[in-house]
Design a protein around this ligand. Structure first.
Ligand code: SAM
Length: 221
């Protein structure tokens, strides 16, 4: 009898759990714990709407400066999202690999590539544990994805002479919008220190524009 009651209890609990899944963002809100799985769920939810949330056009800084990247070179797009930058670079003749934790985003990036008649390689993975061999890329682009723990890896993934193009919002933007987690924003002039040992080719952190961002182009010596 006890065994039957126990089995009944387990099966009710399992059914309840199956019927009432907790979303990644709610789990994080309740526990304060952010894991890559939570992050994946949150981004998948965000990208589930049919429109392209960051649009289909590349970031302005990339469109203006992509020619710093060696012609026809290999490029890693970190936190590629729905592929606006990866597809733009593929159109310009680069061989692009985009890594993103969200499978929904990577699927949308393939749709975008198809729309523009180009090929990109999409990888669904967390950059925190995705393995990339040293000196794999001629260039790395990283737009609005800040993970300071990846700095040394980024340097190692670049070939000697490789180019890094990086852009993200600064803490001024956060003070204005009051959104997001503090660690997702760059400190003022932080990019200049973060990639020490690399040569700065271009740096911008304008204070007169509508949005506060910091953009840099560096070369691995
Ligand atoms: C603000 S969006 C920027 C997307 C894209 N770079 C752009 O500018 O359109 C940040 C991206 O980082 C991705 N991301 C977050 N954590 C990640 C991780 N650990 N590994 C890989 N991608 C991640 C998200 O899925 C999201 O697509």
């Amino acid at each position: 009898m006890k065994l039957i009651l126990f089995i009944l209890f387990i099966s009710i609990n399992t059914n309840l759990a199956a019927r009432d899944p907790i979303s990644g963002s709610r789990f994080q809100h309740l526990t304060g714990v952010k894991t890559s799985q939570d992050s994946k769920t949150q981004w998948d939810e965000k990208y589930s709407r049919p429109t392209f949330i960051y649009g289909k056009s590349p970031a302005g800084f990339l469109a203006e400066n992509y020619q710093y990247i060696p012609y026809e070179g290999t490029v890693l797009d970190m936190g590629m999202g729905e592929g606006r930058n990866a597809v733009f670079l593929a159109q310009k003749g680069y061989k692009v690999t985009g890594v993103d934790i969200s499978s929904v985003a990577v699927k949308k990036s393939y749709l975008l590539a198809q729309e523009f008649g180009v090929k990109i390689k999409g990888v669904v993975a967390s950059l925190s544990d995705y393995k990339i061999a040293p000196a794999s890329f001629d260039a790395i682009v990283c737009f609005y994805y800040v993970d300071r723990s990846l700095v040394e890896k980024i340097k190692s993934w670049l070939k000697p002479g490789g180019i890094l193009i990086y852009e993200a919002y600064t803490t001024r933007e956060r003070a204005k919008t009051r959104t997001g987690q503090a660690e997702e924003y760059l400190g003022e002039q932080e990019l200049l220190k973060l990639f020490s040992g690399m040569r700065v080719l271009k740096y911008e952190e304008p204070l007169h524009e509508k949005e506060f961002r910091s953009s840099i182009i560096l070369r691995k010596e």
